[in-house]
Design a protein around this ligand. Structure first.
Ligand code: SF4
Ligand code: SF3
Length: 546
């Protein structure tokens, strides 16, 4: 195996024996082979698009396949192998379809022609050099190809959440096809790949806008909300990940059963949506970000439902009360599939919950969030006045991911040491590094404004663009907003590319720069966009405020 797609890549260069995330080499290789299979499907789909033939099934397959390979989403080798089998069959059906319509598929790339039908044959194939990341010898080309692939993985995750709410965007699918096939094209120059990287950011903005519209269309605009972090004395289910449709179904099905529902990690912002407030059994948020789950699942006592990443390989004794759905999966954990109408039957989770103890309270009180674009616009006068009067000197966008590295203590420290006339804008699980600190408020505006999940970084961009308009500026970089982003997995990659596309400069990225950036590609990012790594809290504060 060779994998360097996340921030915790071993030694800052890549995992080669077993992932720091817990991915085995078999799972890592099968994920690479799944991506390779998707590229084959994309080659055929592209040929179709060129003559006006569309394959909706291929769009959905590509989206879901990409999502499965995101860090910490799916550790289930059997499920990934089944997906590869499905992909090969789909690819060959598509070729037949083209032929039946008089279109001869002439591309002879191995990704479009290889076959296999057993897990053993997949394992053998996935070990081959041509399949994995290292297939590309030139390190700059490899770096750009992977940067694009990781961006598209994040894009696929957001597209799938929209899709689950009945929204799809053909342009996003066509871009995924273009991007996947481009990574097989040896004729593309480094300059062309850089351009494609920026184009990935454009579709990143679009996919986040789509998801924002899907979420708010279905559940209303997030509003200021105090979320309970304590517990009550009833059996309960913990739901994690990002998929709001799954949450809705779980809340519906638990009505009247005596079973409570709590959110974990990235599901916390669900509490901000008006539509979920009507559920009396939707009690609060339990615990912290994803990497603390082993301990928190122990004290939670009830079953846990993962709708997406981030899964940490569980303790053996927890497996029987962990369930997965959507793109997520873990060997031994029951996976719940949707029926043809998208309905998921969570009754076995509910039945199990009834037999287990209520959660142990590990903290109490509340945290405040719900500052997505509409809520901030509703407060616009107050915010603009505070900026004009100098009560707010600067905003710090500290969106992104959390992770287990000790170096992430930087973010708690940074939040604590920020001057009292600054406001943090956050989204994603990065917030858990400072959302329980008492940072106070500025004239009633809390100093930590949480917009929501990582995809709601879109809200932060919308807010920035709105402020630019209000203050009549020509450049978004002239606003009193600084960016200190934490990243971990590939959704953060698409968020970052989206910000670059919107013209945001001088983003600090930490806790370390991606292992997949070659020195030359890193240089382009530094020179063109002023991207830079974090230093010490003092140095960085000096730089931002100095
Ligand atoms: Fe390593 Fe991250 Fe890849 Fe897991 S996802 S194998 S931790 S680089
Ligand atoms: Fe978190 Fe995985 Fe990235 Fe959605 S849940 S931000 S790390």
């Amino acid at each position: 195996m060779f994998c360097y797609q996340c921030q915790e890549a071993s030694k800052g260069t890549g995992c080669t024996v077993r992932g720091v995330c817990g991915k085995t080499d078999i799972v890592a290789n099968l994920q690479d082979l799944l991506i390779y299979t998707l590229k084959g499907v994309a080659l055929v789909a592209k040929e179709g698009l060129e003559v006006g033939i569309k394959f909706p099934e291929a769009n959905h397959f590509i989206m879901n396949g990409l999502f499965i390979t995101i860090t910490n989403a799916n550790f289930d080798d059997a499920a990934i192998a089944a997906k590869i089998t499905e992909g090969l069959a789909l690819r060959d059906e598509m070729k037949k379809d083209l032929a039946a319509k008089g279109v001869e598929f002439k591309n002879t790339h191995d990704a479009a022609t290889w076959t296999g039908n057993t897990v053993a044959s997949f394992e053998a194939k996935s070990d081959a050099v041509e399949v994995g990341v290292l297939a590309t010898e030139n390190e700059d080309v490899r770096s750009l190809r992977e940067l694009i692939i990781y961006g598209v993985k994040g894009m696929a995750a957001y597209a799938e959440h929209s899709f689950n709410l009945g929204k799809e965007n053909e342009e996003i699918f066509e871009f995924m096809i273009k991007a996947l096939t481009a990574t097989l094209d040896d004729t593309l120059t480094v300059e062309e790949l850089v351009a494609l990287t920026l184009e990935t950011g454009k579709f990143g903005v679009d996919v986040m806008a789509d998801l924002d519209a899907a979420n708010t269309g279905a559940y209303g605009n997030p509003e200021i909300t105090e979320v309970n972090i304590g517990t009550r004395n009833k059996p309960a289910i913990l739901i994690s990940g990002h998929d709001l449709k799954d949450l809705e179904q779980l809340l519906e099905q638990t009505q009247g059963t005596g079973v409570d529902v709590y959110t974990h990690g990235e599901m916390l912002p669900a509490h901000y949506y008006p539509a979920f407030k009507k559920y009396e059994n939707f009690v609060g948020n339990y615990g912290n970000s994803w990497w603390k789950q082993k301990e928190e699942f122990e004290t939670f006592n009830g079953p846990i439902l993962f709708t997406t990443n981030c899964i940490v390989p569980p303790r053996e004794e927890h497996i029987k009360r962990i369930y997965t759905t959507g793109a997520s999966g873990y060997p031994g954990c029951v996976h719940i599939e949707a029926d043809e109408n998208g309905r998921k039957d969570f009754s076995r989770i509910i039945e199990q919950a009834k037999t287990l103890e209520a959660p142990v309270e590990i903290e109490n009180g509340t945290i405040v969030g719900g500052f997505a674009h509409e809520q901030v616009f509703a407060l616009a006068d107050k915010v603009v006045d505070a900026v004009k009067s100098g009560a707010i000197k600067k905003f710090f966008v500290m969106a992104g991911c959390d992770g287990r590295m000790k170096s992430r203590e930087y973010y708690t420290d940074f939040a604590e040491k920020l001057p009292k006339d600054t406001v943090i804008l956050t989204a994603g699980c990065a917030k858990y590094r400072y959302n329980k600190l008492d940072l106070g408020d500025i004239g009633g505006i809390p100093r930590v404004l949480d917009a929501g999940q990582c995809n709601d970084s879109y809200s932060l961009a919308v807010i920035a663009l709105k402020l630019k308009e209000v203050f009549e500026l020509n450049d978004v970089n002239d606003l009193p907003i600084a960016y200190n982003i934490a990243w971990y997995e590939q959704k953060a990659v698409i968020v970052l590319l989206a910000l670059l596309y919107l013209g945001v400069k001088n983003i600090k990225l930490g806790p370390t720069l991606p292992a997949f950036l070659s020195p030359n590609v890193a240089k382009v990012l530094v020179e063109t966009f002023g991207i830079n790594g974090i230093g010490t809290v003092e140095e960085d504060l000096e730089q931002f405020l100095g």
